[in-house]
Ligand binder design. Structure first.
Ligand SMILES: Nc1ncnc2c1ncn2[C@@H]1O[C@H](COP(=O)(O)OP(=O)(O)OP(=O)(O)O)[C@@H](O)[C@H]1O
Ligand SMILES: [Mg+2]
Length: 272
């Protein structure tokens, strides 16, 4: 079954088609993703929520080119994903920083790989390090940072290479509430200014609704799409939007879909 956004069905930037991923588990096959299909349009912001273990990170890893589907395929710009690429910026659930590089060098890393000259690299890194508030730690090694600071460094590193697609796995999970709201607003601001296609995984239902054009709700055992909910709220998403009754209604709907899942239901058959 294909879940498409009708307005933009022809211009999918990301297309996941019947992707199944199994892992060997105690001599059997464990199905982490079961025929997952979703199209994400160019410049669309999609958030993914669902219970722990429902395959969110696995789905992201398939799109990042780090896991190969057992069957089905993932396409980016109409081409099958066969490995990582510079057009996809990835922020992992476990901030994957290079432990031997300073914050600055971590942020500069992708730019160096892309052949950006040193002075420009420095300047760009500086900008994003400042954006995430790590100026004072630019020369520190990751082991000297708290979890939230490591996460902010990973965010700066992903933003710095200016990818057209951002794949973000609970990027704000380890952050305090204030930093979290600040980074949500910055992300939306950058997204509306520079237009990117974003897949953003979160456990936080409020965050999922606040950011997205569409919220994908997944279910576990097997990992599958349970429901897809359109968020017809205007951007910019201001505090007024966050406090509006429409926001509340959508949040309740997503909450219900995440926390009161009916067994065996998959998208298309889920009741609203
Ligand atoms: N490399 C692997 N080998 C074996 N099993 C795996 C592997 N990666 C994931 N799994 C299994 O697949 C299922 C989905 O895992 P995944 O990390 O995608 O879940 P998730 O939705 O991201 O969960 P969480 O919200 O806790 O991050 C889990 O049951 C997990 O144990
Ligand atoms: Mg995960």
């Amino acid at each position: 079954m294909t879940t498409t956004n009708p307005a933009t069905a022809t211009a999918a930037k990301i297309s996941v088609r019947e992707v199944t991923k199994t892992f060997p588990l105690k001599g059997e096959e464990f199905t982490a993703l079961d025929r997952v299909s979703i199209d994400i349009a160019d410049n669309e912001f999609v958030t993914v929520v669902g219970p722990s273990g429902c395959g969110k990170s696995t789905l992201m890893n398939v799109l990042a080119g780090l896991e190969t589907p057992t069957s089905g395929e993932a396409l980016v710009d109409g081409r099958a994903v066969s490995g990582p690429g510079p057009e996809r910026g990835v922020i992992f659930q476990q901030y994957a920083l290079f432990p031997w590089l300073s914050v600055r060098k971590n942020v500069e890393f992708g730019l160096k790989v892309n052949g950006v000259p040193k002075a420009q690299r420095r300047e760009r890194a500086e900008h994003f390090i400042e954006m995430v508030g790590l100026q004072q730690f630019a020369d520190a090694l990751p082991k000297m940072l708290s979890g939230g600071m490591k996460q902010r460094c990973a965010i700066a590193r992903a933003y710095a290479v200016n990818p057209s697609i951002l794949l973000m796995d609970e990027p704000f999970g380890a952050l305090d509430a204030l930093t979290r709201v600040k980074l949500q607003e910055q992300l939306l601001e950058t997204w509306s200014r520079e237009k990117r296609t974003v897949m953003f995984i979160t456990h936080d239902v409020d965050e999922a609704v606040f950011l997205a054009n569409r919220v994908v709700v997944m279910a576990a055992r097997p990992g599958r799409i349970y429901d897809v909910i359109d968020v017809d709220l205007p951007y910019p998403r201001t505090e007024d939007v966050r406090l509006s009754p429409e926001f509340g209604e959508l949040r309740n709907r997503v909450w219900h879909a995440v926390y009161h899942q009916e067994p065996g239901v998959a998208a298309g058959t889920a009741s609203h």
